[in-house]
Design a protein around this ligand. Structure first.
Ligand code: F0G
Length: 437
């Protein structure tokens, strides 16, 4: 049975600082803050991470409508700047399921959101809060997807957007999105963690509103991934999945899913024993969360040098670790690191089911395979793998992982001959081969 941390305050303890039933609480010292009076990201007392709290606890009956805002009963507002987001498919993958050897395997493909990643769920809520606190410049550090989503939602809201990216380490599709949606793109000579340090400094100096997942309201939007998985899986199978396997970078999704489940448990909508085991996957070259889980640490050690083909999760200092580590442990989950080769192999296998994902997304399936081989995941489990971003985000990685284009002559017979394995080039060698046939 899961040993959940249910320290989410309820109706009987709504503090004076609450605004329309919403407030912020520090997860370290418990200090409570008004949510929209001032711009605030971390605890003013101890710098701990903040979590949004509500007077009302959501049940499944409260959910109505479509997309992220279907779950407004668990969000600070009824609606926001929307493109719209959410309602992503929960794919069956029979061949992969058979190969991995679990009772049920589903792929929740977050690449089907408007800008091609789960970040849109966080941005629809985060940008709504930005409007509430009345800021005019939005900013984020990003390995690419956050910047693409922020640029789209910022432009839709008519707000100036600034994105800081690690130079040379962001996939082409993501930079193209930020560029076309009109963000100012600052390329930093450093990795993602340095970019985030700078954005935090800018936010502290009131130069911009920070929309990284350090902002607690981003994670409120991302909670809806958890609600959707539970609802859809239950509709199909009449039970909840045993496990959710997801790629981990800053550990925002891990924290968000844990919060979604705790809120439902607290309202009585979900039994503690039905909470899926949160299982995080990182690339071997950027695995501080895996290290912390394996070593039983309360926090993560900052990795200064990180490298992986999965550039989206090329992160050495996961800011949401204090929220996410308890999420993994208390749900009975685990964390595992996978190699770049295993990621690419998994990306091909997912593509073989018709689903195109970027490398970071494929880490989930690579991790499942590894834990299955080690026997840490049982054959009887119902598993959902989260694929976080679309294949077209990183066209170079996809081309590298896939088959090579074959040049052919502009002639049907020659194309046919080529398909039949006969090389009929026009050069001397081709003619020779033709004579010999
Ligand atoms: N998968 C993809 C495709 C991502 O873009 C990210 C994070 C993650 C997984 C990790 O999610 O941080 O919640 O653990 N991308 C951020 C960005 C860092 O800037 O786009 P997490």
């Amino acid at each position: 049975m899961a040993d959940l941390d249910l320290e989410l305050a309820g109706p009987e303890t709504v503090p004076d600082v609450a605004d329309d039933g919403t407030w912020l609480t520090c997860i370290e010292c418990g200090e409570q803050f008004a949510p929209f009076d001032d711009v605030i990201y971390t605890c003013a007392e101890c710098d701990g991470l903040l979590e949004a709290r509500y007077a009302d606890r959501p049940t499944f009956e409260d959910f109505e409508g479509r997309g992220v805002w279907r779950y407004s009963a668990a969000l600070p507002f009824e609606e926001g700047v929307t493109l719209p987001e959410g309602d992503t498919p929960l794919h069956e993958v029979p061949r992969l399921e058979e190969e991995v050897g679990v009772r049920n395997l589903r792929i929740k493909h977050e690449g089907m959101n408007p800008t091609g990643s789960f970040k849109d769920r966080g941005m629809t809520v985060g940008v709504r809060v930005a409007q509430e606190v009345d800021v005019d410049r939005l900013a984020c550090a990003s390995t690419g997807n956050t910047s693409a989503a922020l640029s789209a939602y910022g432009s839709r809201a008519g707000l100036e957007t600034l994105v800081l990216l690690p130079e040379g380490k962001v996939a082409a599709g993501k930079i193209a999105q930020a560029a076309l949606h009109g963000a100012r793109i600052l390329e930093v000579d450093g990795n993602f963690d340095s970019c985030l340090d700078i954005v935090q400094d800018l936010a502290d100096r009131d130069e911009a509103y920070l929309l990284n997942s350090l902002n607690p309201f981003r994670l409120e939007g991302q909670k809806t991934i958890g609600f959707e998985i539970l609802e859809r899986f239950y509709e199909d199978e009449g039970r909840y999945p045993d496990r959710i396997v997801l790629p981990v970078g800053n550990a925002g999704n891990t924290a968000a899913l844990y919060k979604a489940f705790r809120e439902l448990v607290q309202s009585g909508a979900l039994a503690p024993g039905d909470v899926p085991k949160l299982t995080g996957v990182q690339a071997e070259g950027a695995a501080p969360m895996v290290e912390a889980i394996e070593e039983g640490r309360e926090d993560t050690r900052r990795w200064e040098d990180v490298e992986t083909i999965a550039t989206a999760i090329r992160i050495g200092n996961p800011v949401n670790a204090p929220k996410a580590l308890p999420g993994i442990r208390n749900t009975g989950g685990t964390a595992v690191a996978v190699s770049d080769e295993e990621i690419t192999e998994a990306q091909r296998a997912i593509a073989g089911e018709g689903i195109g994902v970027e490398p970071a997304s494929a880490a989930s399936v690579a991790g499942l395979r590894k834990l299955r081989e080690r026997g840490e995941i049982g054959a009887g489990e119902d598993v959902v793998c989260l694929t976080t971003g679309h294949l077209l985000k990183d066209p170079d990685a996809a081309a590298e992982a896939g088959s090579d284009p074959e040049p052919v002559p502009n002639d049907t017979d020659k194309v046919l001959a080529h398909l039949q394995g006969r090389d009929v080039g026009s050069g001397l060698l081709g003619k020779l081969v033709g004579l010999l046939r």
